[in-house]
Design a protein around this ligand. Structure first.
Ligand code: ADP
Ligand code: MG
Length: 564
């Protein structure tokens, strides 16, 4: 059994291809959305998902969220006094999802297709694979998130021919892809995006607004108050997707504070973010050589696309209303489940062929001869241009700069600037050359970019026939196989709770968060509810406990609904 996983910045989902088509799997709390948050609780056990998110809201140091942003970097994330890398925290989320799937399907799961933002770099993709390995999974394929979303729509629509634009604005990343479906073939024509733009940035803009109105500095607040404020502002942000205004009241340092925001003001403070959505859309259309009128469907996915400001911008730019009939939170995971079915060679998917593109240009640094005869370095020489269909392999011949040069440094870059200084450096290869005149000393550089978006660089010295390969794994931001093995052992030693206790733990964490967020009568009410529930728990009567739990959930839902 291969599963499909959407490992998101804020939420993660797992699904599989069932005899009735793609299906998402609920977690122990019955939800298909698991917050990508981990925490270590008082008993030194790992919590993942809603319980962890609620714990973090009162005690931010006990866990971490939004770590997808640090994939492919060396960033250390502290939980208690233990430092983790983003891969490890992602592995904890993956492990929790797989445990849910194993419980649901009754079979061990060892293989997965994992979705990544189309715009993820080589190092970020490798980190995602490493996270899979750390969770004990063989990652059969990485699929680009907008491609997965289009796969979900494309299959559902069963149109013979259509051109889609998929717009995916998640918690931390933004992707736009243009795809064409014909005769069961899904071909991606172009993908563009921004790896550092998502709903979290809108939250940040709102937080800054609150702080400036309340005359506070966010970094001066104690961490728990900061987390509480962030969770209130997040709720206000979502409220703004439903109604014209939102209000927050809070007591901070003895002051009673109120913040009110309406749509025009929201539009004003997030305008710089909204403007950043334009360029990737324009670029994707240009690379696909299409006018907006040639698009048949526009598909919005990602939770942040629920903001009316966002869908309005898309509608205005593309001249029509976007589709939204697959839940925007679920489309990527549904597509990953379809891709898992394709990988498992499910016969109902045999006819479907999927082709994808490389989202960015890949090349090397070169020098140019200036008119004065001086050599000027730092220019970018592309080998694989963005939006080339993958897999793709290209060779280019280069010569050293001077006669009798015995060493050549090949620097590999990704990006769209003519100067390498503005692009992302992926790695370098130093190789020995035989001492010869320039013209007799060429090297062939081959770039191969596979369907998973992983780049391989190979250099041959023509005069000697010597070959060199660049292993980009050696980047500082990427773990080696030995490090992965060591960390795998360490992660496996972290204890978790029995699955049957998880719903209860999450419910307690939620009640405790609500207690911490409120004062006076409101918190006393939450405490009463909690006390009554604890009393029933003592009875050990399973039926009564189940009933009491449902009652507590409804009471907390109602309490939160009327208290934001
Ligand atoms: P990811 O795939 O990165 O985990 P999601 O697609 O789950 O992201 O989207 C999460 C983002 O969507 C968060 O920033 C969240 O605040 C935002 N979001 C979710 N629902 C809403 C809503 N109703 N209105 C505005 N933003 C929302
Ligand atoms: Mg997503």
């Amino acid at each position: 059994m291969i599963v499909g996983i959407d490992l998101g910045t804020t939420h993660s989902l797992i699904g599989y291809y069932s005899p009735d088509g793609p299906r998402l799997i609920p977690n122990a709390l019955g939800s298909v959305l698991t917050p990508s948050v981990v925490a270590i609780d008082d008993q030194k056990r790992l919590l993942v998902g809603e319980a962890a998110r609620d714990k973090l809201a009162i005690e931010p140091a006990c866990g971490a969220g939004t770590f997808k942003r640090f994939m492919g970097t060396d960033r250390q994330i502290l939980i208690g006094n233990q430092a983790y890398r983003a891969e490890e925290l992602s592995a904890m989320v993956l492990r929790a999802l797989v445990t849910d799937a194993e419980a649901h399907l009754g079979t061990p799961i060892k293989e997965a297709v994992i979705s990544v933002p189309a715009y993820f770099s080589d190092a970020q993709r490798k980190a995602t694979r490493a996270a899979g390995e750390l969770a004990g999974l063989k990652v059969e394929r990485l699929i680009n998130e907008p491609t997965a979303a289009a796969l979900a729509y494309g299959l559902q629509e069963k149109k013979d021919e259509a051109t889609f634009l998929v717009f995916d604005l998640g918690g931390g990343t933004f992707d736009v892809s243009i795809l064409e479906v014909f005769d069961g073939v899904m071909q991606v024509h172009a993908t563009c995006g921004d790896n550092h733009l998502g709903g979290e940035d809108f939250l940040q803009a709102l937080l800054e607004d609150v702080c400036s109105q309340w005359n506070l500095r966010l970094q001066d607040l104690p961490a728990s108050l900061r987390a509480q404020l962030a969770s209130r502002v997040e709720r206000a942000k979502r409220q703004l997707s439903l109604s014209a205004s939102a209000t927050i009241e809070m007591k901070i340092e003895g002051r009673d504070l109120t913040w009110n925001i309406d749509e025009p003001h929201f539009a004003k403070i997030v305008d710089p973010l909204i403007q950043r959505l334009r360029q990737p859309i324009e670029r994707a259309l240009r690379d696909a050589r299409l006018d907006p009128q040639q698009l048949d469907e526009i598909v919005l996915v990602g939770g942040a696309s629920r903001m009316p400001l966002v869908s309005r911008l898309v509608a205005r730019m593309l001249g029509r209303l976007p589709l939204r009939h697959i839940n925007p939170d679920e489309a990527v995971a549904v597509g990953a489940a379809v891709a898992a079915g394709m990988k498992a060679r499910d016969e109902r998917l045999e006819e479907v062929v999927l082709t994808d593109v490389s989202p960015y240009t890949l090349g090397v640094a070169t020098a140019r001869l200036e008119s004065t005869g001086r050599q000027a370095g730092g220019y970018f020489a592309p080998l694989i241009e963005r939006n080339s269909t993958v897999p793709v392999s290209r060779v280019e011949r280069f010569w050293p700069l001077t006669d009798m040069q015995t060493e050549l440094r090949l620097e590999v870059y990704q990006g769209e600037s003519p100067m390498v200084a503005n692009n992302i450096r992926l790695g370098q290869l130093l190789l020995k050359l035989p001492p010869r005149p320039v013209q007799e000393n060429p090297v062939d550089v081959r770039f191969t970019y596979d369907v998973n978006g992983v780049l391989q660089v190979e250099v041959s010295v023509i005069s000697t026939g010597e070959r060199h390969e660049l292993f980009l794994e050696q980047n500082p931001g990427t773990l080696s196989q030995t490090e992965i093995a060591a960390r795998f052992a360490a992660l496996s030693a972290i204890k978790t709770h029995p699955r049957e206790d998880l719903a209860n733990i999450a419910l307690m964490a939620r009640a405790e968060r609500l207690y911490a967020e409120h004062l006076g009568d409101a918190r006393r009410y939450v405490q009463d509810l909690l006390a009554r529930y604890l009393e029933v728990l003592e009875s050990q009567n399973l039926q009564m406990i189940a009933r009491a739990r449902q009652q507590l959930i409804s009471a907390l839902d109602e309490f939160e609904g009327s208290n934001h």
